[in-house]
Design a protein. Structure first.
Length: 335
């Protein structure tokens, strides 16, 4: 891959880092609206799905599945074991066989009035996997000479799905019709937009001006996302999805052809592992710090610092360990 292409992808990693840490801060009750990090993740997925399949899909699905699914299964099994060993930490959380199987197969399941898998945060992967299915269907439906049209077909399928959600549908179909799915459409549309707009030419002519515009746009989007409370389901696309798309565009243009800070790149690379493991880090940090320093200002400050640091460190070491598992899985798959 050319260095220019690598930098395009690296610019997106800074957004992944921001999205992951926003979710972490939300689960630490530091901010209320960090759930928009999920919208950013979905927009990135839509964009990268188009970008990564631009020159063909050979081996792409295998890489994607190996990177995501086994680790999710590992964390799901770990959660089941944790529930059995430490039930007090999970508020008498019970896991039936049907609940576990549906969780592993990315099928929404109602538990205590909420549709989420055993590993709560895995609900986002239920949407992600459905998007992969739609994109795969779109590829099969698109003639080879019109390869770029696969994204448009996928967008149409998603929009039709969300439109069905306006009716009273049985679960899990109503779950899948959530407007969150439209974030993938935004990512695909941004890909098409940046194929049309010659960013490099504009930046070479008016670099300072565009940097200022991108910086202002990103700042406005971040402030808007952080101050707006959690929107109702039907409004999420407009309140979080659209501003997240503006943030993506601003960051992508700003870092176009540039290197991003190594710390952001590292956190972005391990964002998936931070996302799935951080609840345990946060819960353990809160428990230990509260016992040692109480729940005053000092304890609260330490929870923030240690919790964020522990989530990143845990994500990093899990990433290293899982890379070994990933190699084994690839070897088994290839054989």
């Amino acid at each position: 891959m050319r260095s220019q292409d690598i930098r395009k992808i690296e610019s997106i990693q800074s957004l992944r880092a921001f999205a992951a840490l926003s979710v972490v801060l939300t689960h630490m009750s530091i901010i209320n609206s960090g759930g928009f990090g999920v919208d950013i993740f979905f927009i990135i997925s839509g964009f990268l799905m188009m970008y990564s399949t631009e020159k063909g899909t050979a081996g792409y699905w295998k890489k994607k599945i190996i990177r995501i699914v086994p680790f999710y299964w590992i964390m799901t099994i770990f959660t089941v074991l944790a529930v059995k060993i430490m039930p007090n930490l999970f508020n008498s959380y019970e896991v039936s066989w049907i609940y576990l199987i549906k969780s592993l197969l990315f099928i929404p399941y109602e538990h205590n009035g909420i549709y989420q898998p055993v590993l709560g945060l895995g609900y986002t992967l239920n949407y992600e996997m459905l998007f992969y299915v739609f994109f795969f269907i779109s590829i099969k439906m698109t003639p080879k000479r019109l390869g770029g049209g696969k994204g448009l077909i996928c967008c149409i399928l998603i929009i039709l799905l969300v439109g069905l959600g306006m009716r009273e549908l049985p679960m899990p179909f109503y779950f899948w019709c959530n407007t969150l799915m439209l974030d993938f459409v935004l990512g695909i549309m941004l890909y098409y937009l940046f194929q049309i707009i010659p960013i490099k030419i504009y930046l070479e002519k008016e670099s300072g001006q565009y940097n200022l515009i991108c910086g202002a746009l990103a700042l406005i989007a971040i402030v808007f996302l952080w101050i707006i409370p959690v929107p109702e389901t039907g409004w999420r696309f407009w309140v979080w999805g659209i501003p997240s798309a503006f943030l993506f565009a601003a960051v992508y243009i700003f870092y176009y052809g540039r290197s991003i800070p190594s710390v952001l790149l590292m956190v972005g690379n391990i964002s998936y592992y931070i996302y799935l493991t951080h609840p345990y880090c946060v819960r353990l940090t809160e428990s230990v710090v509260t016992k040692l320093w109480g729940d005053g200002l000092l304890g609260y400050s330490l929870i923030i610092l240690i919790g964020v640091f522990a989530s990143i460190v845990c994500g990093y070491f899990v990433w290293i360990l899982y890379s070994l598992v990933e190699k084994k899985v690839k070897k088994i798959w290839n054989n």
